[in-house]
Design a protein around this ligand. Structure first.
Ligand SMILES: [Zn+2]
Length: 139
């Protein structure tokens, strides 16, 4: 854990609750009190109805794989992650609606085994003392 050398999120006042919830292994997202939609990424104004009546609510951590790509390479722009290649970059659609860009773990990075629409569940990866990342794995 101490030797984690990849880029890390930098929580700010708007995103701190999200990162704290991931650290607690109990993900929360903003929900609009007016149109009732869940929102991700965190922001000050609802992207659906313009309301500022947003509150943090727990989410299930369950969803479906919406899309993915397998990073095979060692491009300079992703150099901190090169040792992990091949790895799966995934877009997960939560049961609550929002889509998160994440990594799919717990499965071979093999396009014949990974299926769009497959059920996935959050996997909390405690990468440092301060930061945990929300990755997803097959159910
Ligand atoms: Zn709204």
């Amino acid at each position: 854990m101490a030797d984690y050398t990849k880029p890390l999120p930098m929580p700010d006042p708007l995103t701190k609750t999200f990162w704290d919830s991931v650290k607690a292994h109990a993900m929360q997202l903003q929900k609009c009190g007016d149109c009732q939609k869940f929102i991700y990424y965190p922001r000050a104004v609802c992207p659906y109805c313009g309301s500022r009546n947003l509150a943090w609510k727990p989410v299930s951590g369950r969803g479906k794989l919406y899309g993915f790509t397998i990073n095979m390479g060692k491009h300079p722009s992703t150099a901190p992650f090169s040792a992990d290649a091949p790895y799966v970059i995934a877009l997960v659609e939560l049961d609550e609606g929002p889509r998160l860009m994440t990594n799919l773990v717990g499965i071979d990075p093999d396009p014949t085994k990974i299926k769009v629409g497959m059920d996935v569940v959050v996997h909390y990866d405690d990468v440092t003392e301060q930061i945990s990342l929300a990755k997803f794995k097959p159910v």
